[in-house]
Design a protein around this ligand. Structure first.
Ligand code: GLU
Length: 474
């Protein structure tokens, strides 16, 4: 395993360590983002570890979805992902080193025995935890061949203190930390052991994750301290446990609120990756009252000082507002390519890109862009919405005829010229401009909502515009 070489010493190394038992949901994506930003801000390394030791619940589909989600958010990693399941030998090696040095011990207690122990603790209203019955016992007491697990000998006296970069100083009495299992009876390493060994071997200097892991840190730290005593070179990482994300109602994030995969934000809500990126960093981190961040700004400004201590609330409306902002900032050609598949095969990208400046003024998501652009690619005769048809009554159609005649004599097909001509006509007819624009919009787009009517004329071009108007004119 490539642990940090001499030249990397002192460099920040972070890791994102998802368990591939489901999608990359918002909480996971935010943890990934914080780790990535912290590494990039400090010119360090961002690493990825897939914690796939739970064979029953880990799936290849989930791994693929997580990798795809990270890639979509633009999070790149400095090494290929580490797969925890492939490192069991190394985890075992550390457990045996702890055993040999007396920091761990063999426990021969049977399942029935432990169950009886817990039942008694329950009955006495005591906390249910392993009581250390094999901690100081001679393993020779167990008959040959008795199965055993390896447990960590955690300190009993004193307390463990973690100076968490988010939570501040947190203390736990060592008596509360149980002698938990490192190696199961079949020799397989436990998750708690695997995490610590991998973090060490990957050279992680900062462990940034959700505060649901804070309790684990108190169990993980004794392994680090013991290994440091045994072989040195096991520094304590800096922990940063970020508060969880809650739903709008303050309850834990439910599926309805956003505990779905990030791809659902792209596919169902039409969210741009930079908008979700921006939204997620603001969910628990802040820099003054600045709301909008480009990727580069986020890298420049992100640090753990700005991560708040209280839980943040997911707010869909805010996400969509930010999305609208990022859509307006986005490159037109890129947006055109993004929404083209939704409009249909063979969509003219150049025309779509030309339409983007007007379309994106009103859109909050990519689906709205696609809807707004649909008129450009409709075939004549245009299908009319019910509302559009109602505008094309006799009066509407007669007005279109007058508009058509006037526009045919228009030499310059620009917004300014078309606007001046149409306005002049409306004044001559003593009609509000809307009385001409409404039937025009219906004829040109088949709908009653569209970008400004003169933008529509210019985007469709002279020939197509006149053909659509004439198709509906009296
Ligand atoms: N695999 C754990 C999870 O997905 C994270 C472990 C860690 O960050 O230490 O919740």
């Amino acid at each position: 395993m490539a642990s940090d070489s001499g030249q990397d010493r002192g460099k920040v190394v972070t890791r994102f360590a998802p368990s591939p038992t489901g999608y990359l949901h918002l909480g996971g994506a935010r943890t990934a983002l914080f780790n990535w930003l912290f590494a990039r801000h400090h010119g360090g390394k961002a690493l990825l570890r897939i914690e796939d030791t739970d064979h029953k619940r880990s799936t290849q589909d989930a791994i693929d979805k997580i990798l795809e989600g990270l890639d979509w958010l633009g999070l790149d990693y400095d090494q290929p992902p580490v797969f925890q399941s492939q490192r069991a030998d190394r985890h075992r090696e550390v457990a045996l080193a702890l055993l040999e040095a007396g920091h761990a011990y063999k426990c021969f207690a049977t399942t029935e025995e432990l169950e009886a122990m817990r039942a008694e603790q329950r009955a006495n209203k005591q906390p249910q935890r392993y009581d250390g019955r094999w901690r100081d016992r001679d393993p020779a007491d167990a008959p040959d061949g008795t199965p055993f697990v390896v447990r960590l000998k955690t300190p009993i006296e004193g307390e463990t203190v973690i100076k968490d970069a988010v939570q501040g100083e947190v203390r736990v009495a060592n008596a509360e930390i149980d002698d938990y299992v490192l190696l199961r009876a079949d020799g397989t390493p436990t998750y708690m052991l695997a995490v610590v060994v991998d973090d060490h071997d990957m050279g992680c200097t900062h462990i940034i994750r959700g505060d649901d892991h804070l309790n684990n840190a108190f169990r993980q730290l004794p392994i680090i301290k013991a290994m440091d005593q045994i072989e040195g070179g096991w520094p304590e990482p800096v922990y940063a446990h970020a508060p969880l994300i809650h739903g709008q109602d303050g309850a834990k994030l439910s599926k309805r609120h956003g505990a779905v995969g990030v791809e659902a934000y792209r596919d169902e809500l039409g969210v741009l990756p930079e908008a979700l990126f921006n939204y997620l960093i603001r969910l628990g981190w802040g820099h003054g009252d600045k709301e909008e961040f480009t990727r580069q700004e986020a890298i420049e400004l992100f640090d753990l000082d700005g991560v708040g201590k209280s839980a943040s609330r997911f707010d869909l409306k805010k996400l969509l507002n930010l999305n609208g902002h990022h859509i307006r900032e986005a490159d037109d050609e890129r947006l055109a390519r993004l929404v083209a598949p939704e409009i249909g095969v063979g969509t003219d990208i150049a025309l779509l890109a030309k339409a983007m400046p007007v379309l994106k003024m009103r859109a909050k998501d990519t689906h709205e862009l696609a809807e707004g652009a649909a008129f450009l690619f409709k075939q004549r005769p245009l299908e009319m919405s019910e509302k559009a048809s109602s505008l094309l009554d006799d009066e509407g159609r007669q007005r279109l005829k007058l508009v058509s005649e006037r526009l045919k004599s228009e030499n310059s097909w620009t917004i300014e010229a078309l606007e001046a001509t149409t306005k002049a006509l409306s004044e001559e007819l003593e009609l509000g401009l809307g009385k001409l624009a409404q039937p025009m919009r219906a004829a040109l787009t088949g709908t009653t909502t569209s970008p400004g009517i003169f933008d529509v004329l210019v985007l469709l071009g002279r020939e197509e515009s006149l053909a659509r108007i004439d198709a509906q004119a009296a």
